[in-house]
Design a protein around this ligand. Sequence first.
Ligand code: SF4
Ligand code: SF4
Length: 94
Amino acid sequence: MTINIKNVSEAEVTCSNCQACCCRLEVMIITDTGVPETYIATDEWGAETMLRLEDGWCAALDRETLMCSIYENRPWICREFEMGSYECRVEREA
Ligand code: SF4
Ligand code: SF4
C-alpha cells in the first residue's frame, strides 16, 4: 500500500484535529514510567504492551476527549511519538 502524505501540510497536523490515530498502535512498555497495571497487557512471554480495547484504542485513552488519561505516566514510546512527524502523518492518512 502506498500512502500519499504530501498533501497534508505541517500546519494542518495537530492532535486537536486528529482521532488519536497513534493511540491505536501497539505500544510496547520498555521503560517503567508508572503506567497503572489495569492498562497493561502481558503476553505469554511476559512482554508488556498498552492494553487495547475492542474499539482498537488504547485502554488509557479518554473516549470523550480523545486525550491520554495517564499523560504524566504514559510510556516512553508515546513520549517519543512526535506530532507532525512522518510516522504521525502516515497514521493520520491510514
Ligand atoms: S501525534 Fe499525530 S497521530 Fe497522534 S494524535 Fe497527534 S496528530 Fe494524531
Ligand atoms: S498511553 Fe496515552 S498516549 Fe499512549 S497510546 Fe495510550 S492513550 Fe495514547
